[in-house]
Design a protein around this ligand. Structure first.
Ligand SMILES: O=C[C@H](O)COP(=O)(O)O
Length: 254
């Protein structure tokens, strides 16, 4: 059984004062029945990891370089994130693919670096609105999945997050049928490539997940959780999403 995962991506938001939001989240979920991951800006990783104490909340980076070390001013390696207390790292977020022109090859290199450092790579992918309207969604997702997920990926070291670009930060969400179609497609594509292990990759949906739509999204087959942006910044918004995921997990077969 795949453990459900509620992941929050703070993007370029948050200062030391924002750590109180993590405190409130922990207080609301002292013994969470799902895995909770927060990906704050890199400046807060070490402080968050140390402040959470023994709570099982996981801390992750938002990006890493493909190299382990070297002359890459301003970049951070997966090893450095691990050293700071992270256990996950996002790679291939659409904002990285757009703002930094990251290709699937680059994303796969970053995922390999994450694996080499012992981090779980959360590999993000998804179509643009133009691609969806052109009927290319599954082609785009299939190509990104094949080329961004490196050999050596397993259900233990890799999570895939489907984030339609047009749903990120817009308040728009695909229908449950559209999300279900893509998740079913990704599951079968991973199973075709990785065999039985394909069933163990956790698949997250991301894009305008809110307390008001979380329950419906978490009921979709093969949606194992969410990658949440804006609604992860405040515990008052993220906590009900975690609760909705816990309720969905309660209904999973043992
Ligand atoms: O990484 C998170 C996604 O980009 C979703 O962001 P959002 O929940 O603000 O739409």
């Amino acid at each position: 059984m795949r453990r459900r995962l509620a992941a929050g991506n703070w993007k370029m938001n948050g200062t030391a004062a924002s750590l109180s939001e993590m405190d409130a989240l922990i207080e609301a979920h002292l013994s969470p029945s799902v895995e909770i991951l927060l990906c704050p800006p890199a400046t807060l990783i070490a402080a968050m990891a140390s402040r959470k104490g023994q709570h099982p909340l996981a801390v992750g980076g938002q990006d890493c370089h493909a190299a382990a070390s070297g002359a890459h001013t301003g970049d951070l390696s997966a090893q450095q994130f691990k050293d700071a207390g992270a256990t996950f790292v996002l790679v291939g977020h659409s904002e990285r693919r757009t703002d930094h022109r990251e290709t699937d090859d680059v994303v796969a290199g970053k995922a390999r670096a994450a694996h080499a450092a012992g981090l779980v790579a959360v590999i993000c992918l998804g179509e643009t609105l133009a691609e969806r309207e052109a009927g290319q969604t599954l082609d785009v997702v299939g190509r990104q999945l094949d080329n961004s997920v490196p050999d050596g990926a397993t259900g233990l070291n890799t999570v895939v997050a489907y984030e339609p670009v047009w749903a990120i930060g817009t308040g728009l969400t695909p229908t449950s049928e559209q999300i279900g179609e893509v998740h079913e497609f990704m599951r079968s594509r991973l199973s075709a490539r990785f065999g039985a292990d394909g069933a163990y990759f956790r698949l997250l949906y991301g894009g305008s997940v809110k307390p008001s739509n979380a329950t419906e999204i978490f009921a979709i087959p093969d949606v194992d959780g969410a990658l949440v942006g804006g609604a992860s910044l405040k515990a008052a918004d993220f906590s009900p999403i975690v609760t909705a995921l816990e309720q969905a997990a309660d209904m999973d077969l043992p």
